[in-house]
Ligand binder design. Structure first.
Ligand SMILES: NC(=O)c1ccc[n+]([C@@H]2O[C@H](COP(=O)([O-])OP(=O)(O)OC[C@H]3O[C@@H](n4cnc5c(N)ncnc54)[C@H](OP(=O)(O)O)[C@@H]3O)[C@@H](O)[C@H]2O)c1
Length: 285
C-alpha cells in the first residue's frame, strides 16, 4: 500500500479505526474522514503510535449534511489528484423512535449510511479515475436481509423503525455497489461491499429499550473491532481481489446477498433516485 492514498470514513472509532491502523501499517497515506475534530485527533495519535505511520490527515464531515460532503469532496480532489482506495464505513443506527429527516427531507439513516457513500464516491470520481487501480469498499451488513425492499418506499415514509431504516440503508449499500460496478466497467476502479461480522463497537451505544436489550444479549458472541476490520482490509489491499467487482463479502469470502440486493433493476432505480436527491445529474459515474 506504499505510495497509495486511502480515504477512510468513520475512521476515529470501531471498525473504521481498526481498519485505519492496519492500512497505516502497510505504509499508505491515509485520510481520516470524521465528524468530530477532538475524537479524530485522539484517534489519529493512537493510529500513529500503533502503526508508526505519520502520513495521516483528518478531514471533517458530517454525512447528514450534503453541503459538507460536497465541500470536503472538493477539498479532497484538490489535495489528492489521485485516490487509490476509498473505504465508505461511517454509519449509525438511530436512537430515535420517530423518523428524522435531513434538510433535504431524506430520512437521516438513509442519508448518512447510503447517500454519504453515494455522494462521496461520485464526487471523488476525478481522483479515483487517476489511480492505476482504485478500489471502493462499502461497509454494508447482513441486516440488509431484515427488510422487504419497496421501490416506492426508499425514503422510508411508511413503516419507520430505527431497525427498518438501518436495514434499508445497508441494502442500499449493496444496490449502490452493484450499480456502481456496472458503471465502472472498462475503468481502473473496482467496488465491493461487505458484512464485517457482529462487532463490539460504539455502534449500539445510543440505543434504548428492546433494541438495546437485543444488542446486550448478543454482546458475549460479538467479535472485536480488529476482527471486524479484516474484510474491509482484505478488499482494500489484497491482490486476490484485484479484479473482483460488484460482489458482497463476509469473512473475506464472497457471499450471496439476498435476492432484492442482487436485483439490477432495483439497483439502477436506487441510483437514479439517489442522483436526484443529491442533485448530481451529469456528475456521477
Ligand atoms: N458493529 C457491528 O456489529 C456492525 C455490523 C454490520 C455492519 N456494521 C457497519 O460498520 C460500519 C462501522 O460501524 P462501527 O460498528 O464501527 O460503529 P461505530 O464504532 O459507532 O463507528 C461508526 C463511525 O461512523 C461515524 N459516523 C456516524 N454517523 C456519522 C455522521 N453523520 N457523519 C460522519 N461520521 C459519522 C462515527 O463517528 P462518531 O465517533 O463521531 O460518532 C464513527 O466514526 C457502519 O457502516 C455499520 O453499519 C457494523
Amino acid at each position: 500500500m506504499k505510495e497509495k492514498v486511502c480515504i477512510i470514513t468513520g475512521a476515529n472509532a470501531g471498525i473504521g479505526k481498526s481498519t485505519t491502523i492496519e492500512i497505516a501499517k502497510m505504509g499508505a497515506t491515509i485520510v481520516m474522514v470524521c465528524r468530530n475534530q477532538q475524537k479524530a485527533e485522539k484517534a489519529r495519535e493512537e493510529i500513529i503510535q500503533q502503526s508508526g505511520n505519520t502520513n495521516i490527515e483528518i478531514f471533517l464531515c458530517d454525512f447528514a449534511e450534503q453541503v459538507q460532503i460536497k465541500t470536503i469532496a472538493q477539498q479532497l480532489v484538490q489535495h489528492y489528484p489521485t485516490i487509490d482506495v476509498l473505504i465508505n464505513n461511517a454509519g449509525f443506527i438511530s436512537a430515535s423512535k420517530t423518523r428524522e429527516v435531513t434538510q433535504e427531507g431524506i430520512e437521516k439513516t438513509v442519508a448518512v449510511n447510503h447517500l454519504g457513500y453515494f455522494m462521496l464516491t461520485n464526487l471523488l470520481k476525478p481522483s479515483l479515475l487517476n489511480s492505476k487501480a482504485a478500489r471502493v469498499v462499502n461497509v454494508s451488513s447482513e441486516a440488509h436481509r431484515f427488510i422487504n425492499f419497496d421501490i416506492e418506499n426508499i425514503n422510508i415514509e411508511k413503516g419507520y423503525t430505527p431497525m427498518n431504516a438501518y436495514s434499508l440503508s445497508k441494502l442500499l449499500n449493496i444496490h449502490f455497489t452493484l450499480a456502481l460496478a456496472q458503471r465502472l466497467e472498462g475503468t481502473n476502479i473496482t467496488t465491493n461491499a461487505l458484512h464485517p461480522g457482529i462487532v463490539k463497537t460504539n455502534f449500539s451505544s445510543n440505543l434504548s429499550g428492546f433494541m438495546n436489550l437485543m444488542f446486550l444479549m448478543a454482546k458475549p458472541f460479538m467479535i472485536n473491532a480488529d476482527s471486524g476490520a479484516e474484510t474491509s482490509i482484505y478488499l482494500a489491499s489484497s491482490p486476490e481481489v484485484a479484479n473482483v467487482t460488484g460482489k458482497y463479502f463476509a469473512k473475506k469470502k464472497q457471499k450471496r446477498p439476498n435476492n432484492d440486493a442482487q436485483n439490477l433493476e432495483y439497483a439502477n432505480k436506487v441510483w437514479e433516485v439517489s442522483t436526484q436527491w443529491v442533485q448530481l445529474e451529469g456528475q456521477t459515474f
